[in-house]
Write a protein that binds this ligand. Structure first.
Ligand SMILES: [Cu+2]
Length: 135
């Protein structure tokens, strides 16, 4: 092995060492994001996501009751085939959904009980979904 060659080899080792450090840092950042390393006080309750599609004023039968546990972080993702104004009673959250334009209600299920989500407007006040928050 001549000296020039061993110097090159050393340079190459340095490069790979730096490369691995960068990759390691990136993996650490990504895993922190994946495993949610935020402090525990920010993590009360589970995150619960529901996709709800309204077809002519109704949601498919098996999704008409949504059950969560108190303090869960709830996300209701709505779609509809016609414009509707939704109202989650009890929590008093209103949301206008346009035809084929999704909308989301995000809230913490801080109040236990059974709450209807109604459609406001011409068709009266029909309930499309019931939210059940178990204490
Ligand atoms: Cu209402």
């Amino acid at each position: 092995m001549n000296t020039q060659f061993s110097a090159d080899l050393h340079k190459e080792k340095k490069f790979w060492h730096a490369f691995h450090c960068c990759v390691g840092a990136a993996v650490l950042v990504a895993s922190g994001w994946l495993f949610d390393l935020r402090p525990t006080w920010a993590q009360t309750g589970e995150k619960q996501i529901f996709a709800l599609d309204i077809r002519s004023g109704h949601v498919v039968a098996d999704k008409r009751t949504i059950r969560v546990t108190q303090d869960d972080r709830v996300e209701l993702q709505w779609t509809a085939n016609e414009a509707v104004e939704l109202h989650l009673h009890g929590y008093d959250i209103r949301l206008d959904i346009k035809r084929d334009e999704p909308g989301t209600m995000i809230f913490k299920a801080s109040i236990a009980g059974r709450f209807p989500v109604g459609i406001h407007g011409a068709g009266g006040h029909g309930n499309v979904v019931y939210l059940e928050v178990l204490p």
